[in-house]
Design a protein around this ligand. Sequence first.
Ligand code: ADP
Ligand code: MG
Ligand code: MG
Length: 878
Amino acid sequence: MARKGRAQKWVYLFSEGSKDLRDLLGGKGAGVAEMTRAGMPVPPGLTITTEACREYYARGKRLPEGLWEQVEKALAAVEKKTGKHLGDAANPLLVSVRSGAKFSMPGMMDTVLNLGLNQKTLDGLRKLTGDERFALDAYRRFIQMFGKIVKGIDGELFEEALTEAKRRAGAKTDPELKPAQLRKLVDEFKAIYRKETKEDFPEDPKRQLRQAVEAVFASWNTPRAVAYRRLEKIPDDLGTAVNVQMMAFGNMAVDSGTGVAFTRNPITGRKELYGDFLANAQGEDVVAGIRNTEPISGLKRRLPGVYRQFEEYAARLEKHYRDVQDLEFTVERGKLWMLQTRSAKRTGEAAVNIAVDMVREGLIKRPEAVARVEPRQLEQLIHPRVDPAARLEPIGKGVPASPGAATGQAVFDADTAEEWGKQGRAVILVRVETNPNDVHGMIEAKGILTSTGGTASHAALVARGMGRPCIVGASAIHVDLKERALSSNGHTVRQGEEITIDGTTGNVYLGRVSMIEPKPTPNLKTLLRWADEIRRLEVWANADYPRDALKARENGAQGIGLCRTEHMFMEEERLPVVQAMILADSAEEREKQLEKLLPIQRGDFEGILRTMRGLPVVIRLIDPPLHEFLPNYDDLVAETTELRITGKHPHKLAELEKLKARVEELREANPMLGLRGCRLSILFPEITRMQVRAIMEAACDLKKQRVDARPEIMIPLVGSLSELRAVKLELEPVAEQVQKEKGVRVRYKFGTMIEIPRAALTAAEIAEDAQFFSFGTNDLTQTTFGFSRDDAEGKFIVRYLEKGILKQNPFETIDEKGVGRLMADLEIGICGEHGGDPESIRLCHQLGLDYVSCSPFRVPVARLAAAQAVVAEGVSTK
Ligand code: ADP
Ligand code: MG
Ligand code: MG
């Protein structure tokens, strides 16, 4: 909260701040202050607080009262320290104006360098350095940066003038321009400035400074910055600080230069100084890529003394912050100036290696190491990815929606994807968008690519849930579903031709490319072991097939939280039997078809129970409405109409008419709220009786082979105790009967899924008959919000997020206030996509649940997130 009145301190000298004032001084300001305190050479300067920025907005974009006086006072202190004065013709102080919020934000205002130059100080700088070319070059850069950044002039205008000047002079690089040519360029830049802003370029350095400061504040709310905050979930009300700092000139002579360096390799985590150096250049040249930088060893070769000093500071800073630092520095005529220190961004691999190494070095403790690695970063490590060393040119780019890379033959419809996939071919399903009718194809695809949609689109959600690489919103790629081809950037890919997608980067490549296969490294295993020592929440996985269960087990799952049985019904050879069963006219006919399904299901369950021996496996009885297993109604209408018109195949027509009539009977206005879940058990008890028989027979057979099978039978979509009772009354005798027949007893349980608000509210009662509970957070979210997921995500969630009506997609991260409240009084498990979402995992931990269950690929992520939830409580062994 901004305190009012004169006493408010809006401005801090670097010598007054520290790393603990990051909220107030921003990351950059706190960093330079800390280095100043540590006695390192930092160009003196001042920081205007984030509080001042907030106050600026509170006052309708006017600088807070007293702020400018404080700036002038602090500036006087800086002048005293440096012996230079802003606007002094003889010995001018030049400054950089740098924005710096609490979190680094590339969407914000860039830095303005060389502020304070005008006609008079230009002359002073020339005399002082004896280098007219340097002085003029600094001046033209300043006009360019000020015009572009503070006044929003199109940078191209300046670039064009510069290119033209070089052409006229026959110069290849900027430094080749002669003073006379630069003087002309400065005039041209000023003319551009005048034309675009209708004012003269400000001569008065104080006015330059004030305008730059206000521009930094204003940049907090540019659409670019706001969009970046949305993406990174940074609050809008933090504000940014402004740093005003004496310039250090890396472009003054050959014993000058500028560079960036990390205290460890941010890609691999190796303990080595890693960075770039550019001799005789200013900081922005490194970023602009105008000249080729050399590795940091270039500094060692050119200026060994400076290098040694820098190395020492780097080591000290890392130790001080107990984390890898990302450093910026400039050397002016052999003197080293430190310009920035901050925690370094790093790859998942580096994050793991660094965290584990630092524990070994005694720098941090285990819980801290566990807290250091972003759970989502682990995903980079557990999915294959395109080898960055191959330096390939992508043919297109989209939104990275689900990490990992995959190569396969392009197919353009779900049926072909399913068909080819089942034949063992690797396919990439390419669509404009996906919907629930495509899921059977997505299951069989190695990856999914859509030309529309965002990170909350159907394709993205389903792919993440299944652990399939996915790119969405690749708008530059034209998908022609009729022609079964995609075109992009002059390339065409037809059905059957190979492409590669990298869901970590969003890049699409032609053909097969070299990949890096994920292997859990020893360091990752170590880190996860530490996580396991810390966490209380168990991590289970959702798996429908033995191969998924195996993956889950390898990744450390402690049980299967959800085994859906409907996928088993969907498989090609079985579907006709399932359909015949649904279409049966009589109970006997239905029993006949169910008998055919029994051994198939028994086989399914045997596989998964065997794989998970010794651990619980929650098997959910059939859940979706039966019409989902039948052909689409509209297709049937079209087909029968066509047959009727042509008059051919009367026999087939009669058959299809019958099918159509049955589908029509089963059709529902609201399938999500219709005849599904336990309601099916009540209307068609023979189906779930068969399923329970299959489960129990599998478990008993395994028991006879001394395999410890632990089935837990889950009855879905229960809303009341009486509903559950009715179903159990049908099913429990079957379980008992099977054990009698087989002559063995197995550990088994009956339980239910809490996924209807009524069930959550009456859970205490339902518990009388349920031996276990688990939350189905997907349906619970649907029914609590009254959203049907596909409609919501397809039609309005994106808008809700954009407008800020929803802060997060509740299907990705559990809605704490509503759904979370329904979950609060039950100590049980959760399954559903939420089980792999780190934020939701934290909530589950806080609510005291027993376990989360997520996709097998996410198990390591969940293990880490569950441990972090404990560390965040601060009760760890620190
Ligand atoms: P960013 O947040 O983009 O890193 P910075 O404020 O750090 O922006 O500055 C951009 C570039 O300008 C960096 O290369 C930095 O080293 C350089 N720079 C900033 N302030 C100064 C200064 N006082 N003297 C010399 N170079 C500077
Ligand atoms: Mg920087
Ligand atoms: Mg459900």
